[in-house]
Design a binder for this molecule. Sequence first.
Ligand SMILES: [Zn+2]
Length: 296
Amino acid sequence: MRLPGPRSGGGAVPRHTVVFFHAHPDDEVLLTGGTIARLAAEGHRVLIVTATDGEAGLTDREAARELGPVRHRELGRAADLLGCREVVRLGYPDSGMDEAAPRPGAFSRVPVEPVAARLAQLLVDARADVLCGYDAAGGYGHPDHRQVHRVARRAAEIAGVAVLLEATIDRRFLRAALVAARPFLPHDPQYRSQRLRAAFAAPGEITHTVSVGRYAAAKRLAMHAHASQAVGGDQERLLAWLLRLPPPAFRAVLGHEWFVQVGRRPSRVRSRALLDGVPPLQGPAVPGGDHPPIGG
Ligand SMILES: [Zn+2]
């Protein structure tokens, strides 16, 4: 199988630098994997920044012993498969889903300002044109995802990044997909429809529906890289379930990704590419390797 590769160097269009800020390893692929693969294939510079290593996530007994390092390695492999060569780890403790008992110093409890200042410095160093955070609901409401929303908003302000986008899912699409899939879904209460009433974003808020069907194979391989998140618990995990879908169903469920551009009024016709509406860069295309890699 041949995956779409990066555009061969020195094209006529100057490249943008897009930073995706995520809460836990595997969020980058589930919410934005196709968009990352598409931008990378189009020759743009893409960085993934993760707030936590996701060490409070569910997994099997073997991976649980050192889940943080395992998930960080999985993220590196997934990023590679998506064509993203720069991953930066902020290393805050994962809050876990239980809001009543957050871990000491957990990401969701850290004051926004110092974290935002850290991210802003990274944006300035990377000369980022575009930052992508999360919608105001924090997707399905995980405290770390809500914190990503707050930190990204503030960091974009401090760094003066031109365009701030927020990764989300079209709530109407998600509800319809869940109804269609109900007989086959793992019975995880997290995905019950009443919880989804206020999750992610309403269709009227969304500015971008990015088509990533062409990158579905890369997205699927990157999802496979997060093997620790396909196991554990009493019921089949969502990731394992998604990976069992035959390719046409996989493309139907995961072939689009949604974004809200902050400060832009949604119109009836949504943008189909992430950089629609992003001002073009001046000057010639930037040859590869001119930026010092950030993080590692
Ligand atoms: Zn997450």
